[in-house]
Write a protein that binds this ligand. Structure first.
Ligand code: FSX
Ligand code: SF4
Ligand code: SF4
Length: 318
C-alpha cells in the first residue's frame, strides 16, 4: 500500500482524479488483489502534462456503439473525470456536439497539427469491400469519407492506435460468417496497407471500461504495454478465466449447473467458454463490480480472436 499512501494530495488536486480510482483500474476490484507494479505514484501528476501534447481521436466504424456506451459506464474514475481531466479527447461522434463539416475539419486539423503524436482509438470493424462504401463516416470538402479512408489516413499519422472492442481488434460480429462487407480488424487492415503504427487491441464485446481507460492511460504515460500474441495487454488479458473462476471447485467436484437459473454450479455443460478465454472479468467484475457473466449466465469468449464464430453455438460445451 506504500504507493497509494505516498501519492501526495496535491496531485489529486491538480487532476481532480483520485488515487483510488486509478488503483482500482489497475488492480481489479476483488478484495485481496495486490497493487500492481504498473501503478506509478507519479502517474496522475504526469498525465495532465503528457496528454496536452497527445490528443485522442476516437472514430467509429462497423460496430454497435457498445464500446462507447461501456466506457461511458466508467464509474471510478468517472467518465467525466477521464474526458475533462485526464485525456484530451478531441473527437468521439457518440458524445460530441460538433457535427458535419465542422466536426470533420476539426478531426483533420488535430491529426495534421499533432502528426505522429496523437492517439487514434478505433471502434468497430472496417468494411473493406465495395471500396469501403459500406461505411461512409462523413463528408470533407464535398467528398464522402469512408471508414477505410479514415483508418488509412489517420492510422498512418497517429503515434499509436487502440482498437477498442472485438470488432476493431479482430473483426468481431461484422466479420462473422456471412460477412459480405469485407469487415476486418485494425491490425489486419494495417497489414494490407503496410501501415506501421503500433496497435494495442482491447477486445471484448464490449470491452470493460477499465480495460479501455487503463490501457489508454498506460499507453500515454509509459508507452505500449506488454502484449500477448493477439495484441492484447497482458495486464488485463493475461489470465485464463476457467483457471481462476470462483466456480472451479464446483467444476472439479462435478457440480454442474443444468439450467441458467441454477444459482450454483459450473456452467460448463451450458456452454461456458471460460476454458478458452483470457481476461480478468472473474476478479474485476462488471457494472462497477456488481457481477459478471458467469454469475448471470456464462462466458461466451467475447475477447478472443475468432469470436463469435469459433465459439458458436454458445449453448454447446467448448
Ligand atoms: Fe463491436 Fe463496439 Fe461488440 Fe458492439 O461498437 S465489440 S459489436 S459490443 O460495441 O464494436
Ligand atoms: Fe470454468 Fe465456466 Fe465452470 Fe467457471 S463456470 S469453472 S469458467 S467452465
Ligand atoms: Fe466476455 Fe467472458 Fe468476460 Fe463475459 S466473462 S465479458 S463473455 S470474456
Amino acid at each position: 500500500m506504500k504507493d497509494e499512501q505516498s501519492l501526495p494530495d496535491e496531485q489529486e488536486e491538480k487532476t481532480g482524479v483520485s488515487r483510488r480510482s486509478f488503483l482500482k483500474v489497475f488492480t481489479g476490484t476483488a478484495a485481496g488483489i495486490g497493487i500492481s507494479q504498473v501503478f506509478n505514484p507519479a502517474l496522475v501528476r504526469a498525465l495532465t502534462k503528457a496528454l496536452e501534447k497527445h490528443p485522442v481521436l476516437w472514430i467509429q466504424g462497423q460496430g454497435c456503439t457498445g464500446c462507447s456506451v461501456s466506457i461511458l459506464n466508467s464509474v471510478e474514475p468517472s467518465i467525466a473525470d477521464v474526458i475533462l481531466k485526464v485525456i484530451n479527447l478531441e473527437f468521439l461522434p457518440t458524445v460530441m456536439t460538433s457535427e458535419g463539416q465542422t466536426a470533420m475539419e476539426n478531426l483533420y486539423r488535430v491529426a495534421d497539427a499533432y502528426n505522429g503524436k496523437f492517439s487514434l482509438i478505433v471502434e468497430g470493424a472496417i468494411p473493406t469491400a465495395a471500396d469501403g462504401k459500406y461505411c461512409v463516416v462523413g463528408e470533407y470538402h464535398e467528398k464522402e469519407i469512408t471508414m477505410v479512408d479514415l483508418v488509412k489516413d489517420l492510422g498512418s499519422k497517429a503515434g499509436s492506435v487502440i482498437a477498442v472492442g472485438s470488432c476493431a481488434s479482430y473483426g468481431g460480429i461484422p466479420a462473422a460468417k456471412g460477412n459480405v462487407t469485407g469487415a476486418t480488424g485494425v491490425m489486419e487492415f494495417f497489414k494490407q496497407y503496410a501501415i506501421k503504427t503500433p496497435v494495442v487491441n482491447i477486445p471484448g464485446c464490449p470491452p470493460h471500461p477499465d480495460w479501455m481507460v487503463g490501457s489508454l492511460v498506460y499507453l500515454l504515460e509509459k508507452g505500449i504495454p506488454e502484449l500477448d500474441s493477439d495484441g492484447r495487454p497482458i495486464l488485463f488479458f493475461g489470465e485464463n478465466i476457467h483457471e481462476h473462476c470462483p466456480r472451479l471447485e464446483q467444476y472439479d467436484n462435478n457440480n454442474l449447473s443444468e439450467k441458467m437459473s441454477d444459482a450454483q454450479g459450473c456452467r460448463m455443460e451450458l456452454g461456458c467458454k471460460g476454458p478458452n478465454t483470457y481476461a480478468d472479468c472473474y476478479k474485476r467484475k462488471w457494472n462497477n463490480g456488481m457481477n459478471w457473466c458467469v454469475d448471470n449466465a456464462l462466458c461466451i469468449g467475447c475477447v478472443e480472436p475468432g469470436f463469435p464464430d469459433s465459439f458458436s453455438p454458445f449453448y454447446e460445451p467448448a
